[in-house]
Design a protein around this ligand. Structure first.
Ligand SMILES: [Fe+2]
Length: 374
């Protein structure tokens, strides 16, 4: 037996509809359970909840400029680790050149998000071209390598000891956000067959429990001539994501969930029209992130609710840290000059606290917590 206490009440001067028709001159802050799915309360404050003059201690938010990381190597297992917990490991892989070996992840599925560059992926399933804006999900156990056409920079999001699925779309139906038929899979095409001609010694570097073992073959192990099944590498580009929006209601970020891991989700922000209803909020509402650590990687565009953030940066808002729009964005809380957002970003929300790896600490922007001062 487990029944939530749920008793909608209204106290004092308040709106009865979340994220709309706020009492004049107030700022809305949400406290909620289970991301934005459980019981919630919405407060109408006289001051922005991010109006602190000082903020000290371990709850402060973090911003990392991944563009300042040292150039990487062609092996994804040497990618800089950024954040991790028992369920997810986030790395930033910069591959300046083609891999001269294969890799295989025995720890979990990898979700690559290509931030920059273009490459040819060769794997057990065949050949797939990959480019900036692509998500590429590589199931645990797949052998793969890339031939780089333009140096790659990619987020690698590993679902530790688990895999990825698509979110339950509920009332939206199964074809919302993107139709599963839009997922591309590798082909056993001419290029795949051609790479089989390179049949000399090949190494496969297998990662298991973080340690790499090297298996050497006197032939090219990407030698399959066919396959069948319902498991495969899949690819979708962010330009094929069709976000849900409401002209009368600011949807919570969870409406943009694109992949689901174990105790974490990956959401994708792509350009979408602003709300047009005069009483509807046009910017993210203030909230404490209760129950989740929140990571956002900024891929491209103009990040409408954050100042001083540029493509290639990543922010971490620990669970319990109250946040919301930066002061400049807040001025447009109810009226926007543009008709649509112009941002592409990847959000990773984790149910358990994330640890910050050394590489990330080396590129941290320490002034981030003060950026709400305006
Ligand atoms: Fe948030």
């Amino acid at each position: 037996m487990n029944r939530r206490i749920s008793l909608p009440r209204v106290e004092g001067t308040a709106s009865r509809q979340a994220h709309a028709d706020l009492p004049a001159g107030t700022y809305e802050r949400e406290i909620s359970k289970e991301g934005f799915f459980g019981p919630a309360a919405l407060f109408h404050h006289k001051h922005p909840p991010t109006g602190w003059v000082a903020f000290e201690g371990p709850l402060r938010p973090h911003a990392f400029d991944l563009t300042r990381l040292a150039p990487g190597t062609a092996s994804p297992w040497q990618a800089a680790e950024i954040l991790h917990n028992a369920n997810v490991r986030v790395r930033f892989w910069q591959a300046p050149e083609s891999m001269d070996h294969l890799v295989r992840n025995a720890d979990g599925d990898d979700l690559l998000f290509i931030h920059r560059g273009r490459a040819q992926l060769y794997c057990d399933y065949g050949h797939l071209s990959i480019e900036a804006g692509d998500y590429v999900m590589i199931p645990r156990g797949t052998m793969w390598r890339v031939e780089v056409n333009e140096p790659l920079a990619a987020l690698m999001i590993e679902a530790v000891n688990a895999g990825y699925s698509l979110p339950e779309k509920g009332l939206l139906g199964p074809h919302a956000l993107f139709d599963p038929a839009m997922l591309d899979t590798p082909r056993m095409d001419e290029r795949f067959v051609a790479q089989q001609a390179d049949d000399a010694r090949w190494q496969v570097r297998v990662k298991r429990r973080g340690a790499v073992s090297t298996v050497t073959y006197p032939f090219n192990p990407l030698d399959a001539i066919g396959w069948h099944g319902d498991l495969a590498v899949v690819r979708i580009n962010v330009r094929h994501i069709r976000p849900v929006a409401s002209h009368r209601y600011h949807l919570p970020p969870s409406a943009h969930t694109t992949f689901v891991g174990q105790r974490f989700v990956v959401c994708t922000f792509v350009p979408r029209p602003f709300e047009t209803d005069p009483g509807a909020l046009k910017v993210p509402f203030f909230h404490n992130n209760d129950d989740y650590d929140e990571v956002i990687f900024y891929h491209a565009g103009d990040f409408f609710s954050r100042d001083n953030i540029h493509p290639g940066m990543m922010t971490l808002h620990p669970c319990g840290f109250t946040h919301g729009p930066h002061p400049k964005a807040l001025q447009n809380m109810l009226r926007q000059t543009k008709s649509a957002t112009d941002e592409y970003a990847v959000m990773i929300d984790t149910r358990d606290a994330l640890e910050i790896a050394d590489a990330a600490r080396g590129v941290e922007w320490m002034g981030y917590v003060d950026s709400w001062k305006g």
